[in-house]
Design a protein around this ligand. Structure first.
Ligand SMILES: Cc1cc2nc3c(=O)[nH]c(=O)nc-3n(C[C@H](O)[C@H](O)[C@H](O)COP(=O)(O)O)c2cc1C
Length: 266
């Protein structure tokens, strides 16, 4: 990283243990707008640069603190496979220096698909492409996270071929989704776990769960879209079951849960 970066909190070195090792940690200090340069971190100075320091996450060592967020590209095939174009896209970002790169939201079941060329983790035929993607990212010294998702009521029927499913039949874009039965909801929990295992077997280092942006996990979390009366009426029941199932399926992979801090318009 060569450009200077605005950073909301100033890094402060903390000594830990016997003082042998200097550990950099964020110290929350109120912003002082009077001199904004106080908050600028430059890779060209000899001040501690938190972003550039390695970070241990479970058994993984990130080479720095830069994580490339999941970003829909729609560069896959119609059946969810990784393409050379997508590999080139993420390889370039790995070569750019990020420590951990997430794939775009990747569907765990075909009825949770939102875009024609979205990546899938729903079946074994996607595994070789995922493996090639992991190899390319690893070849640049970075780690790969796969963001698992089910779009629920905002899935596109013209893309997936299915009527969208949802916690409750709350319309979206003029369409009424089919309410999931209790058993089928549990099957989707299982689909997350199977997809996670498939990705880790293909070489993924981190599993991300997309619980934000109005997709299925978020739909269970929100009182706007979850009007259920069974056990999934508890807004955190579904996400907790997904976490437990995925944790069980891939015990060594760090899990990342993406949540929305506020409700959107859908
Ligand atoms: C075109 C586009 C596609 C995105 N795709 C995803 C996605 O697949 N999964 C996800 O969790 N977030 C997705 N996001 C959200 C981004 O990861 C990110 O949170 C957002 O762009 C805000 O970035 P910022 O915090 O740097 O402003 C997408 C955003 C954009 C603009």
């Amino acid at each position: 990283m060569t450009a200077t970066t605005r950073f909301p909190h100033r890094p402060t070195p903390h000594r830990t243990g016997g003082g042998q090792q200097t550990v950099l940690a964020l110290e929350r200090t109120p912003r002082r707008p009077a001199d904004p340069r106080e908050d600028v971190i430059s890779a060209t100075t000899n001040r501690p640069v938190l972003l550039a320091s390695p970070l241990r996450v479970g058994r993984l060592l990130l080479r720095n603190r830069i994580v490339a967020a999941p970003m829909e590209r729609n560069y896959g095939t119609r059946d969810g496979r990784v393409t050379e174009r997508y590999i080139a896209y993420l390889r370039a970002r790995a070569a750019g220096g990020a420590a951990l790169l997430f794939t775009e939201a990747t569907y765990v079941r075909p009825d949770g698909r939102g875009r024609l060329f979205q990546l899938g983790a729903h079946a074994d035929h996607v595994a070789p492409g995922l493996r090639a993607l992991c190899d390319a990212v690893h070849g640049e010294g970075a780690l790969l996270g796969v963001e698992l998702n089910h779009a629920g009521r905002v899935a596109e029927p013209y893309v997936s071929g299915y009527q969208p499913v949802a916690p409750s039949p709350v319309p979206y874009a003029g369409r009424v989704p089919r309410e999931l039965s209790t058993d089928e909801t549990a099957q989707i929990v299982h689909a997350f776990a199977v997809a996670a295992r498939r990705c880790v077997d293909a070489g993924a280092d981190v599993v991300g769960l997309h619980a934000a942006h109005g997709y299925l996990i978020h739909q269970f979390l929100s009182p706007r879209t979850n009007h259920r009366t069974d056990r999934y009426a508890d807004p955190v029941r579904f996400v907790n079951e997904v976490i437990v199932a995925v944790r069980h399926a891939v015990p060594d992979a760090p899990l990342v849960l993406r949540i929305s801090a506020m409700e959107g318009g859908t």
